[in-house]
Design a protein around this ligand. Structure first.
Ligand code: TMP
Length: 222
């Protein structure tokens, strides 16, 4: 855990992946280990961003185009980055973000049809080119994820099974494209098993980052 001090970690995944429960537990565990943690969530996380969140998730805005959606998510992110993330990083805290550019790549990119490299380029503008050290993707079958949602669906959650299956595929594609800064955690099981798997995954990532053998690696043959 201590190795996470000063890093920028994102928890992400499809709606219903259980990431928010794990986010809470992980932030508590990091603080218990003596790390200063700054938690942020997207869209929102600043007074201006929360107003954009309300527009983005309001089911009354059904006519919103995917490009508008993408730019609004990025605008919320730009405000969050400058107002909260950059100062936290400068102070040496660990930043733990509930969603980031990875969400835009999955929802407006893979699922929404906007070119991935265009999103990466706009993301660079929004974040001053700052890429998270680690993005943890919580992965679960779409049928299971959608069953977990409360019946009061927001505008994004209403997009249906096929859209959400593409969102899931988008996250998995990102983890294949950038394996050194993505990790996938199976979140189809109960919350305690997911937490155990998350802790092992993060430990393994920290070990790999230090150049030490990965936690799950076989001992060297002698
Ligand atoms: P939340 O429910 O985790 O707070 O996320 C809000 C919704 O916004 C969720 O359905 C995912 C979606 N979203 C995008 O479509 N693109 C983005 O860039 C972000 C940050 C969220």
């Amino acid at each position: 855990m201590r190795a996470l001090a000063g890093t920028f970690v994102v928890f992400d995944g499809p709606d219903g992946s259980g990431k928010s429960t794990q986010f809470r537990r992980f932030a508590d565990a990091a603080r218990a280990a003596g790390i200063e943690v700054v938690e942020v969530r997207e869209p929102g996380g600043t007074p201006i961003g929360e107003k954009m969140r309300a527009i983005l998730l309001d089911p009354a805005n059904a006519e919103m185009t995917v490009r508008t959606e993408m730019l609004l998510y990025m605008a919320s992110r730009a405000q969050l980055y400058e107002q909260r993330i950059a100062p936290a990083m400068a102070s040496g805290a660990m930043v733990l973000a509930d969603r980031f550019v990875s969400s835009t790549l999955a929802y407006q990119g893979t699922a929404g049809g906007i070119d991935e490299d265009d999103i990466v380029a706009v993301g660079r503008v929004a974040t001053g080119n700052h890429v998270p050290d680690l993005t943890v993707v919580f992965d679960v079958a779409t049928e299971v994820a959608l069953r977990r949602l409360s019946p009061l669906l927001d505008r994004m959650e209403r997009k249906g099974h096929e859209f959400h299956a593409r969102v899931r595929a988008g996250y998995l594609a990102q983890s294949r494209r950038w394996p050194e800064r993505y990790a996938v955690v199976d979140s189809s099981t109960g919350p305690d098993e997911v937490t155990a798997s998350l802790m092992r995954t993060v430990q393994s990532w920290c070990a790999a980052r230090r150049g030490a053998p990965r936690a799950h690696a076989a001992p060297p043959a002698t």
